[in-house]
Ligand binder design. Structure first.
Ligand SMILES: [Zn+2]
Length: 216
């Protein structure tokens, strides 16, 4: 399948999410023949940088099969050099036209950062690295007068998308040239729907209007 445009790629994910949320998932692309056809190489049409939360599996949420979505997941979708390298591998080397940051409501990583902020104490071990990377979003949300967990989560999605554009020169240049679009979106655990909260270089609207950009 040839690479589609950023907007077509987002529409494809949006349609898959609508099927998933409506319990009409097709669960494509995992039989023996499809695996054999894909063994020579991959050609995903979207990169999803999502939270590691076990309830937010990217392929399931967007009803996609093997070989279609390049997935990078960390708790709280926080960035480090390996995550940025993985994103650049997919978007620049493989030429994937769409990069999605996928957060969700009731996120434990965001909750841990909010708790650390309220109590003035960060956790030990490497959990600290996660909390520290989310804390800047907690502060930014606080500055905007938003203090609820889910409002902070949405701010964290927007902040992660902006950071990808700021920190990766290759990603920024790909967006400026029109080869790549970036969408920040949040997933709601109970109803299964994804809602765009940030977009750049892509019209983040599904054909049905069920998923739409609500601001950048
Ligand atoms: Zn989470």
């Amino acid at each position: 399948m040839p690479h589609s445009s950023p907007t077509r790629a987002w529409a494809e994910l949006a349609r898959g999410n609508e099927r998933f949320a409506a319990d009409q998932a097709q669960r494509p692309g995992a039989d023996a023949e499809q695996r054999r056809q894909m063994s020579g190489g991959q050609r995903p049409f979207a990169v999803v940088l999502g939270c590691s939360d076990s309830r937010v599996a990217a392929e399931l949420v967007f009803d996609r099969g093997l070989g279609e979505v390049f997935v990078v997941r960390t708790a709280g979708h926080v960035l480090d050099s390996a995550v940025l390298g993985s994103v650049e591998l997919a978007t620049i080397v493989l030429g994937v036209p769409l990069l999605v940051v996928l957060g969700h409501d009731s996120c434990g990583a965001v909750g841990a950062a909010l708790k650390a902020r309220q109590e003035g104490r960060v956790p030990g071990g490497f959990v600290r690295d996660i909390v520290e990377r989310v804390t800047t979003s907690v502060l930014a949300a606080e500055h905007r007068g938003e203090t609820t967990l889910d409002a902070i989560g949405r701010e964290h999605v927007r902040s992660t998308a902006r950071q990808l554009l700021e920190r990766s020169e290759a990603v920024r240049e790909a967006v400026e040239s029109g080869r790549l679009g970036v969408v920040g979106a949040t997933y709601t655990l109970a109803d299964g729907l994804v809602d765009a909260v940030f977009s750049q270089g892509v019209a983040a609207m599904s054909p049905t209007g069920a998923i739409g950009a609500t601001g950048t």
